[in-house]
Design a protein around this ligand. Sequence first.
Ligand code: DLZ
Length: 158
Amino acid sequence: MSSALKNLSDFTTDNLPDISDKTFAIVVSEWNTDVTHALYTGAYDTLLKYGAKEENIISAKVPGSFELSLGAQKMAQQANIDAVICLGCVIQGETRHFDFICQAVADGITNVSLKFDKPVIFGVLTPNTQEQAMDRAGGKHGNKGDEAAITAIKMLGI
Ligand code: DLZ
């Protein structure tokens, strides 16, 4: 597989906008919590690393990835929130649950972003296995939580 040895979080951090006065909400799914906690840590630390203030980052938990859309909406509708980062992990199972959840959350997050004209970032892993998830949550393929945070920062500069 082409991704075997590659850090998949391949993004540039050149010319990021100043985020010292920007406010962020991170919405995290409790399903597959080992994975989503690692994504959360990556996103939170990345925001701080690139200039966000601790007091300008709020966090909220939702039960599962399906609920990320409503969680994002509750955050995005607050006037003082500039960007929302949604973090989840849906592992491919033997039922069609996977497809329904992934499609619903992708559509839901897109709708919230367009409705409130704010960055609402899709930081949802959709791996086949728990191992693949951990590889992308601080493992050999990087941390998609970092990437979600960088994406939010970049979108604030547009
Ligand atoms: C029900 C369910 C299943 C089977 N798998 C996952 C998963 O892998 N990742 C995840 O974030 N959530 C899962 N859920 C829960 C749904 O997201 C949702 O919380 C429930 O369907 C209730 O609406």
